[in-house]
Design a protein around this ligand. Structure first.
Ligand SMILES: C[S@@+](CC[C@H](N)C(=O)[O-])C[C@H]1O[C@@H](n2cnc3c(N)ncnc32)[C@H](O)[C@@H]1O
Length: 282
């Protein structure tokens, strides 16, 4: 997700060509540890911070992570695609909820971890290594989930192609659920070599161009304290940095959880739900 502090990101190799290398390195370093959150939430940040992020994300996504009602025996189960699945935390939850799940990520190490974690937990998912930008799985899905992935595809044309690929993989009555940094107004202060916060209107326009219409927008983390702190975080002395982060996280967490459904507009990340435009191309 990654509200990557710019000073941390600056040490990374620059440019889109290095994006895969960046994620492979993160996966190798962190995907096997604990719940793997340091690989898929905020790199280099303390565990409490990543657990808070995971909690507000889970809460914001709850309506789409619910278990399916038991259908008539013999009918095929609804399908779900988890694009940019990382270590597969949402893939496993969707599979437990009754979906036939395919998790896709361009990092082979993430996928290795996702497979191992799904097998260990008894979740029945399949996984594949593929790039979102030119994704072509040759099938469509009833639900597509894409959590903090497009914000890491920096080149706008590539991000639009990824949205086009998502639309092409959506079943006629399917639902696309994005969770991305999508502030109300353009705000570049947390941008880095691996992260860009595009305003909500950018997503609305790219989804429209792909033949989708936004049917709901939901807040995730409306409290601004963490995004105020993060650009300065790495420059602070260690103890002060930890204290400031603990304070920002501790104040934000209950307020984010309580207010996210009420004040979507203020939220840094948003859940954006889209379906096919009626009468549009199938
Ligand atoms: C912030 S992590 C989120 C992982 C997962 N969605 C989650 O919420 O746990 C971003 C993931 O997107 C993957 N990713 C980034 N760019 C991608 C691309 N162009 N194609 C496929 N996966 C990509 C990364 O490898 C990484 O696993």
């Amino acid at each position: 997700m990654i509200r990557q502090a710019p000073s941390a990101a600056r040490a990374l190799p620059a440019g889109p060509a290095s994006a895969l290398g960046y994620w492979e390195t993160r996966a190798r370093q962190f995907a096997g540890a604990g719940a793997g959150l340091a690989a898929v939430c905020s790199y280099g940040m303390p565990g409490f911070y990543n657990r808070a992020i995971a909690l507000v994300q889970r809460r914001a996504l709850a309506p789409w992570l619910r278990s399916l009602p038991a259908g008539p025996a013999g009918l095929p189960r609804p399908t779900a695609l988890d694009l940019g699945c990382g270590v597969g935390r949402w893939s496993r939850q969707l599979a437990r909820g009754g979906y036939r799940v395919t998790g896709v990520d361009f990092s082979a190490h993430m996928i290795e971890q996702a497979r191992a974690r799904a097998a260990a937990s008894g979740a029945d998912c399949e996984f594949a290594v593929a790039n979102a930008v030119d994704l072509d799985l040759g099938r469509r899905f009833d639900l597509i989930l894409c959590v903090t992935v497009l914000q890491h595809i920096l080149e706008p044309g590539a991000a639009r192609r990824a949205i086009g690929a998502l639309a092409a993989h959506l079943a006629p009555k399917g639902t696309l659920v994005l969770l991305e940094a999508a502030p109300a107004r353009l705000c570049k202060r947390c941008d880095s070599e691996v992260f860009t916060a595009r305003p909500l209107v950018w997503y609305q326009s790219a989804l429209r161009a792909a033949g989708l219409r936004v049917v709901a927008t939901r807040g995730v983390d409306p409290m601004p304290f963490k995004t105020w702190l993060l650009p300065y975080y790495r420059g602070l002395p260690r103890l002060l940095r930890l204290a400031a982060l603990a304070l920002a996280t501790g104040v934000s967490l209950p307020l984010d959880l309580a207010l996210a459904p009420l004040v979507a507009g203020m939220s840094w990340h948003k859940v954006i739900v889209a379906r096919r435009t009626p009468g549009g191309p199938l």
